[in-house]
Design a protein around this ligand. Structure first.
Ligand SMILES: O=C(O)CCC(=O)C(=O)O
Length: 346
């Protein structure tokens, strides 16, 4: 009885082995062919996880790059934008500051301390310009093929440019107002899921700790959205520069020193900010937040994002000359712009 069962089992095993071997290329035989492919146990202990959450399957990112983003929430790509493009963005920005060009929907933000002390027509007090989708020259940044192909690894094929900025960190006026408090960009965004949103941020010159490079807290993209408020800074805080209230102070910080044209892609939950500009030059960067058009709007009422809703809708009303109340979603529908694929929800 026992012998018969063993014989049948052995026959079944031989049949299975024959089947497997015959489906392998000629030359691979028996056990060698079977062990050639990793078992699930081998995969589980492999160097990189098989399950990716923050990146999508793509032909661009190496396993190391993909793993790095999964673990840290950011990825720097060297030399992605040409000097020529950067000079064109710089020229256009300076024309906007000199009022030689006016752009529908643009917001110009000024440093709280510098703007108070003097009335300046040029870029001296400008900390950033926002929402440049109507400026053909600057918006070219958001459509650069070498940027968009990386963006697609995080968003998928239907890509919206949601938020555009050229940041012009001025020499610090002595009040430390050139700092940007640590924050999570998702605090500003009423759309989800967060994992299908990514920021591209390109250094427009060499940026290091002297002129206020980005500082990131690796791995914090795995956490949740935290409460943000204006920090209690003695010298004042720039408008809309909310800071994260509670975070793990023991989390290591990485200062991203970058060369002109280097670009960092980062997750909207990654806690980041930037330091003081201690030089006498302006520190420029251009950036765009992209989202999959499959993302959906959420209602932020009753959440930690309620405080930003009020500010954003007030700014949007005056920018677009709208009298009636508008919602946060309305403000975002107006700023969003399709870059690639199909506009679905956003
Ligand atoms: O460029 C910088 O200094 C930081 C910009 C930033 O994090 C932001 O505007 O959300």
């Amino acid at each position: 009885m026992e012998e018969g069962r063993e014989a049948r089992a052995s026959l079944r095993l031989r049949t299975v082995l024959r089947h497997l071997v015959s489906s392998r290329p000629a030359g691979l035989a028996g056990a060698a062919a079977l062990t050639h492919f990793p078992t699930s146990a081998q995969i589980a202990t492999a160097k990189y996880p098989v399950h990716f959450r923050y990146t999508l399957d793509n032909d661009l990112l190496s396993p190391e790059q993909r793993h790095f983003y999964e673990e840290n929430g950011y990825l720097v790509i060297k030399n992605l934008v040409s000097d020529e493009d950067i000079e064109r963005f710089r020229d256009e920005f300076e024309k906007i500051c000199r009022k030689e060009v006016s752009v529908v929907g643009l917001t110009i933000m000024r440093d709280v301390a510098i703007a108070k002390s003097e009335f300046l027509q040029d870029q001296k007090a400008v900390t950033k310009i926002q929402d440049f989708k109507a400026d053909e020259e600057l918006f070219r940044y958001c459509t650069l093929p070498q940027i968009v192909k990386y963006v697609e690894c995080f968003t998928g094929p239907n890509i919206m440019a949601m938020h555009t900025m050229l940041i012009n960190k001025p020499p610090d006026p002595g009040k430390k107002t050139s700092r940007h408090p640590l924050h999570q960009d998702l605090h500003y965004f009423p759309f989800r899921p967060a994992d299908r949103i990514v920021c591209a941020w390109t250094a427009m010159e060499k940026i290091d700790r002297r002129n206020g490079c980005l500082v990131v807290l690796p791995g914090t993209h795995k956490g949740t959205l935290k409460q943000h408020d204006y920090p209690d800074w003695e010298g004042g805080v720039n408008k809309m520069y909310h800071g994260v209230r509670d975070y793990d102070k023991s989390n290591p910080r990485v200062h991203l020193a970058m060369e002109k044209g280097d670009t960092v892609f980062f997750h909207p939950l990654l806690i980041h900010g930037s330091g003081m500009n201690k030089t006498d030059g302006f520190r420029k960067a251009i950036s765009c937040h992209y989202a999959s058009s499959d993302c959906h709007y959420i209602d932020v009422k009753g959440t930690s994002q309620e405080n930003i809703e009020k500010e954003v809708t007030e700014i949007a009303k005056s920018k677009y000359g709208i009298d009636s109340p508008i919602t946060l979603k309305d403000a975002w529908v107006l700023r969003a712009h399709l870059v690639k694929g199909e506009r679905i929800n956003l």
